[in-house]
Design a protein around this ligand. Structure first.
Ligand SMILES: [Zn+2]
Ligand SMILES: [Zn+2]
Length: 323
């Protein structure tokens, strides 16, 4: 063994073993593997896509494009067009300008993640894709890509006021963080009323994800079905928080990777949300889709969040220079 060339552990394996490995790979991964070198292609074959244009094959094709672009810092894979677009380094969540001809409000796949304080922070899947790619590429990045990574993952702080309704002010801070190859996002929103004690309707109809929204008045409309109970995690936490002022009440959403907490005082309601938007995978990944509005996908999908607190802990474990 020691006399064999050390440049490729894969090529030192018996051919049968390499063939065995390829039977466990997706068609897309086999095609990508075949592009690595002739020796691999000779023993593992070219790989090929299954025919017909089904949704499943679309995912397969996308996986291939995403895999091939893993080391292409100047391109992102567009789920709408099924091809690469050049990056635009001015395009960030704080100033979202997707350079795809089909990326309008009616696109099926390019929908951004819209947080409660909308418009000020509009995270597209391409931002997630590029930030994870650049983080993985690390030392091999050019200074300009490194700067772009900094802008893609920059925290953003802003405040909004609504003098025409309820005289509410909202102070928000959005802070992305990449930990263990996952794109995490923490949002803290503090709702205040400058002149009077706060009440539940201060945050009426606010939501923390696609599944959890607060309606203070329609309480009686909810049934006891387990689905409705799942969708009541946030409203219930808000109620508990108003009953225990000053105490941080924790909760999670069972239908996406979201932890949250609510803290109510006499002067403010503070809502913290931690989201795990997933890995450097296809935008067709259910983890991403569970966060993004899309008429083609039902709001309750495959994602089941059964480890409450995992996202919050992972986010804190990545705590570095920030704050
Ligand atoms: Zn496109
Ligand atoms: Zn959710």
């Amino acid at each position: 063994m020691s006399s064999l060339p050390k440049h490729s552990a894969l090529l030192n394996m018996p051919i049968d073993l390499i063939r065995e490995i390829t039977t466990h790979l997706s068609p897309a991964d086999n095609i990508i593997l075949a592009t690595t070198c002739r020796a691999v292609r000779n023993c593992a074959g070219q790989g090929q896509f299954p025919p017909a244009d089904t949704e499943e094959n679309r995912e397969e094709r996308f996986e291939y494009l995403a895999g091939m672009s893993r080391d292409m810092p100047d391109h992102w894979v567009c789920e709408e067009c099924m091809r690469y677009h050049r990056i635009d380094t001015a395009d960030t969540p704080a100033d979202s300008r997707p350079n795809c001809p089909l990326a309008d409000l009616y696109g099926r796949y390019n929908q951004p993640l819209q947080l409660a304080p909308a418009d000020e922070y509009e995270l597209g899947r391409r931002h997630v894709q590029l930030a994870l790619k650049y983080t993985r590429m690390g030392d091999s990045l050019t200074p300009s890509h490194r700067q772009y990574l900094g802008r893609l993952t920059a925290a953003r702080q802003f405040s909004l006021s609504y003098p025409w309704e309820k005289k509410v002010t909202v102070a928000a801070k959005v802070a992305p963080r990449i930990v263990d190859g996952r794109f995490l996002l923490r949002t803290i929103c503090e709702y205040r009323h400058p002149s009077r004690q706060i009440t539940r309707d201060l945050i009426a109809s606010e939501s923390i994800c696609r599944h959890q929204q607060f309606f203070p008045l329609e309480d009686g409309a909810w049934t006891n079905s387990s689905l409705h109970q799942d969708l009541r995690q946030f409203p219930r936490a808000v109620d508990n928080s108003f009953e225990s002022p000053g105490k941080e009440v924790h909760g999670h959403c069972p239908h996406c990777y979201t932890d949250f907490s609510v803290t109510t005082t006499a002067r403010s309601v503070r809502i913290s949300v931690w989201m795990d938007l997933g890995t450097e995978s296809s935008p067709l990944d259910p983890v991403w889709r569970s966060f993004v509005h899309n008429v083609e996908f039902p709001p309750i999908e495959e994602v089941e969040y059964i480890e409450p607190g995992r996202v919050r802990e992972l986010y804190s474990s990545g705590e570095k220079e920030e704050e």
